[in-house]
Structure formats: structure tokens, C-alpha cells
Write a protein that binds this ligand. Structure first.
Ligand code: AKG
Ligand code: FE2
Length: 448
């Protein structure tokens, strides 16, 4: 593989002065293209993107590719086979920073049990979810978050989703024995956040005892999968595949189960579906904070929900020379997880691997995308949608510098970012979001 990786234009954005309360998208016109200006908070402060004012379109296979990762779980696979996966990941990273993984080894029975148990939890009346309320009962904002209690983008409306979220607890780590848990070093322990009395799980077991069991089983499988993928990411960046193994021993993983009601039909029939509709975001436009995210999408919901902001070179540039973007649908593909990179990855790769902006608009009236869900969408569907997101980071006490493989020293390029620990990074990111009036509407942090 040829190193260093060349700069990635996907990662560039225009930094602007914060202005909480400013409309998220303002119409503007280039010579012959209608665009809106999207505002959001990012790793580098508030940014704007110029976005085509047209309905999102389905991503083409090369724009969000499907990568078969069966070699990662096959003990007799060769390094060349694993390198081939790493190369596909690198290509996807340098394209949109989004891809699907298939043949990942997590049985469909595990994802579907977690899915249906989560639905049982969320479909309960509010009074039954209230004992798990994160804002009321958690020291760390873990547990249930009611609809419109979060606002991931300070420039858009409150998110309509409900969420149940928590973070890594070594007691549920399948790689650790009870003795290992007792021997966790103090410098690591101080960053591991655990609520007392097994909260929030303790508040879910009365009426939905299977919720904890099924969701934790999925969490455990995804944790192991994330560790394997970490090796592919290292390989894709010109490192040894085991270079990061020691950084994932007690990883800073956050998990969120999201339950989306349908967006109101008035928004669903909007001719452009590009205005972030002040009051109507399922989850606002944002980037994820950490290294990478693994996302399970509900394969049974109407398909036009998750959208990825992609560069659109065919649209030219704005009169001010800025790049133009477009929204692409990342449709649910049964049996896959969606993978995207987060802000910490963008940092340590000197912007090579972009932390791509995405959002969810869960439209009830959405037309099904090609090849999937036609049958399901033709049936009665109440428009709800469930997703489960795993936000993967290195151990919280780890500090990873910008990788030399991502800096073209021969051309005078420099490391753009100073080294920062994963814990410090998350703190900074939460703070930046809250300083703009974002995050959790009632004041606490988000689980990602
Ligand atoms: O529900 C989805 O498809 C995406 C969720 C997401 O982006 C997040 O929780 O950060
Ligand atoms: Fe996200």
C-alpha cells in the first residue's frame, strides 16, 4: 500500500462563528444550482456545508459499499485476505467514510432478539419507562431519554427520538474473567463510569426482563466485533494489525438504542426533504465523537431514514469556491451493520478518514428504496423505527497521536492536531456541544 495517504477532501468544511438559534439551513443560490447552507457543531467548532436543495437519493454501491468481513472471524484466513478487507475499508474511508459490513459473525437471532426486546421496552407507557429516566436517576446520564429531550445539532430542532443509552462496563465484557475485572489498573478504573445498583438495567427488568438480557448479549458480540475491526482499521492505515490491540482492553464504548416515531406527514410530503425542518428532526445533522460507530438499522421500517452527507463534485462549487454536498440514503440492508468513522479517527488520521455528517429523517410516507422493504412497506406499518448504535473508542486513558502514515512530511505537511486522550476528547466534544446550547435538552451529556 502506498503511504502516506493523501489528504481527503471529504473532511474539509468551512468553520464559522457560532450562532445558536440561527436557522440550520438557509437558502442560497450558486450560478445555476439551488443549495441550502447547513450548520452544525463539529470536532473543530461550528461548521457550515453547502448542500444541494433536492431530495436525497439512494447511495450507489460504490458510494456506501458492502464489505464482506468473513475473513476476520475465520482462524484460517491469511494476512493477504485480511489486508484485502483493510484495503476495501481504506477505499470506503476515502470515499464517504460510510460502509456496510456483512458476514460479520453476529447471528441474526442475536440482533433480532435485541430488536424485539427493545421494541417491548420502548412501546411501554411513559410511566413504565420513567424509573429508567437518565436525567432523574443516573450520575452519568445513562438510561432512558424521553422524546425531544436531546438536541444533537444546536442549529436544528430537538430530536424526536427516544433513546436508551449506557457505556462500557467490564462486568459485561466477554473477554474478561471475574479476576481480570478485579485486577483492572487504577488509572483505567477511574475513567470507567458505572451507576450504582446496576442502574439503568435494574429499572427495566420488572416489566421487560428480556430487554437487559438481549441487548447486553448484542453489546457483547458487537464489542468483540469492534475489537476485530479495530485491527482492520490499523492495517488500513499502514500499521501492524495488532498495534492497537492493547488500546481496546477496556474500550470507551457507548451504546444507544434509538426509537423513532414517524415524522409528521406534513414534513414527509415536503417536496425537497432537504430543509432540516426546525421542529422535525428524528436526529439532527451531526458527526459521531469517537473512533468509529457500528450501527444496526431496523430492516422492517420504511426505508428512507438514515442520510449521509456526501461531496457532490458534479455540482461544481459555490461562487465563494466552497464544495457542494448532497444527502444520500444509507438504506437498511438486512444482515449488515453500517460503519462510519468518528471525530477521534478524523483527528488521528490528520483528516484522511472523515467523520462524516449524517442525520435521520424518519418519514412515514417514504417510498421504499430499490430491492428492499417493498413488501414490508406495502403492509401496515406504524412508522416506528429502531436503531442500535455502538460508539467505539480506545481505552479512555489512551492517547493516540496523529499517525505518521497520514502525514506527507515530504510535501511539508504537518500534524494538524495535538495529542489528546480519549477521555479528554469526549469531555471537550460534550462541552463544545453544550456551549452551543445543544446536547441533552435538560442539561446532561449524550451517550455517544
Ligand atoms: O438511527 C440511526 O440510523 C443513526 C443514529 C445516530 O446517528 C446516532 O445515534 O449517533
Ligand atoms: Fe450518529
Amino acid at each position: 500500500m502506498s503511504l502516506p495517504l493523501q489528504p481527503n477532501p471529504m473532511s474539509t468544511a468551512t468553520t464559522e462563528t457560532p450562532g445558536a438559534g440561527t436557522p440550520a439551513a438557509q437558502p442560497s443560490t450558486t450560478t445555476d444550482t439551488k443549495t441550502v447552507t447547513l450548520r452544525l457543531s463539529s470536532a473543530n467548532g461550528p461548521v457550515t456545508r453547502t448542500v444541494l436543495s433536492q431530495p436525497p437519493r439512494e447511495a450507489l454501491p460504490h458510494e456506501i459499499p458492502i464489505i464482506n468481513i468473513s475473513a476476520l472471524t475465520n482462524p484460517s484466513a491469511t494476512l493477504a485476505e485480511r489486508q484485502s478487507i483493510a484495503d476495501q475499508i481504506r477505499t470506503a474511508a476515502l470515499t464517504n467514510g460510510f460502509f456496510y459490513i456483512t458476514e460479520h459473525g453476529i447471528p441474526a437471532s442475536v440482533t433480532s432478539a435485541a430488536h424485539s426486546s427493545s421494541l417491548s421496552f420502548f412501546r411501554q407507557p411513559v410511566e413504565q419507562k420513567q424509573p429508567a429516566n437518565a436525567a432523574l436517576y443516573s450520575k452519568y446520564n445513562f438510561g432512558w431519554k424521553p422524546p425531544q429531550s436531546q438536541r444533537i445539532n444546536p442549529f436544528e430542532g430537538a430530536d424526536l427520538r427516544e433513546t436508551f443509552s449506557w457505556r462500557y462496563d467490564p462486568a459485561y465484557d466477554p473477554s474478561l474473567s471475574a479476576d481480570d475485572v478485579d485486577r483492572i489498573p487504577e488509572e483505567v478504573k477511574k475513567y470507567i463510569q458505572i451507576d450504582e445498583g446496576d442502574f439503568p438495567w435494574s429499572a427495566t427488568t420488572k416489566d421487560t426482563p428480556e430487554f437487559k438480557r438481549d441487548v447486553i448479549k448484542l453489546f457483547q458480540d458487537v464489542l468483540e466485533l469492534g475489537r476485530l475491526l479495530g485491527r482492520s482499521f490499523a492495517l488500513s492505515l499502514g500499521l501492524d494489525e495488532h498495534d492497537w490491540d492493547g488500546k481496546f482492553t477496556y474500550p470507551g464504548v457507548g451504546m444507544a438504542v434509538n426509537w423513532y416515531p414517524p415524522l409528521p406527514p406534513s414534513t414527509a410530503t415536503s417536496p425537497t426533504n432537504t430543509e432540516p425542518a426546525e421542529k422535525n428532526v428524528s436526529i439532527g445533522s451531526h458527526t459521531d465523537f469517537q473512533l468509529f460507530t457500528l450501527l444496526y438499522q431496523d430492516p422492517s421500517s420504511p426505508a428512507t431514514a438514515l442520510q449521509v452527507l456526501s461531496r457532490c463534485p458534479e455540482a461544481g462549487r459555490t461562487p465563494g469556491g466552497e464544495e457542494i454536498y448532497q444527502w444520500l440514503y444509507a438504506k437498511p440492508i438486512p444482515g449488515t451493520f453500517v460503519v462510519n468513522f468518528g471525530d477521534y479517527m478524523q483527528r488521528i488520521t490528520n483528516d484522511r478518514y472523515p467523520s462524516t455528517v449524517h442525520r435521520v429523517q424518519n418519514f412515514l410516507a417514504a417510498a421504499p428504496l430499490s430491492g428492499i422493504n417493498e413488501e414490508r412497506c406495502a403492509e401496515e406499518h406504524n412508522g416506528e423505527r429502531l436503531s442500535m448504535a455502538f460508539f467505539f473508542g480506545f481505552n479512555q486513558d489512551e492517547t493516540v497521536e496523529v499517525l505518521d502514515s497520514c502525514v506527507d512530511y515530504a510535501r511539508g505537511e504537518k500534524k494538524k492536531y495535538e495529542a489528546v486522550s480519549c477521555f479528554e476528547w469526549n469531555l471537550r466534544r460534550f462541552k463544545a456541544m453544550h456551549d452551543l446550547g445543544s446536547g441533552n435538552v435538560n442539561g446532561a451529556g449524550k451517550g455517544s
